[in-house]
Design a binder for this molecule. Structure first.
Ligand code: SF4
Length: 141
């Protein structure tokens, strides 16, 4: 049986990014695995295209209700991000995946580096909400 790998759907070519585009990585086609594609922001019913959003705190604080995720116009989308991340995680856990390949810098999927919340293209160390939940559940991102 092929290894199951959770993957950000935009990396496989789905036009689900905030701007209606994808971030396809053609090299992924060479992997002999079963991909489980997810888009946490679409799962959170944010729709595509949508306004860009950035985290205003760590995933831990956001999940505890002590920080928010805001769009460029200041709309609070924290609830939708958390809901979508949990639904996407469930898809991964149900399929038995232990590994995830996730899109960099996203407030959902980013691993290791995310935007700093000022919408100025500045990066800081940190993880998106979805990648944080994946790691907490033992999925290697
Ligand atoms: Fe890609 Fe993740 Fe953003 Fe969806 S939420 S567009 S899968 S980076």
């Amino acid at each position: 049986m092929k290894k199951k790998v959770l993957v950000s759907a935009c990396l496989l070519g789905k036009n689900c990014r905030y701007n209606g585009e994808h971030s396809r990585i053609s090299k992924l086609d060479e992997l002999d695995v079963d991909f489980i594609p997810v888009c946490p922001e679409e799962e959170g019913e944010l729709g595509t295209p949508r306004l860009a959003a950035e985290m205003q705190g760590s995933p831990e604080n956001i999940l505890k209700g002590n920080a928010r995720i805001l769009t460029t116009d200041g709309h609070d989308v924290t609830k939708q991000f958390i809901q979508g991340a949990k639904k996407s995680l469930e898809a991964g856990l149900t399929s038995g995946t232990e590994v995830a390949i996730l899109k960099s810098h996203s407030p959902s999927c980013g691993v290791g580096e995310i935007y700093d919340g000022t919408f100025s293209h500045s990066l800081i160390d940190g993880n998106g909400i979805f990648s944080h939940l994946c790691r907490e559940s033992g999925i290697t991102c």
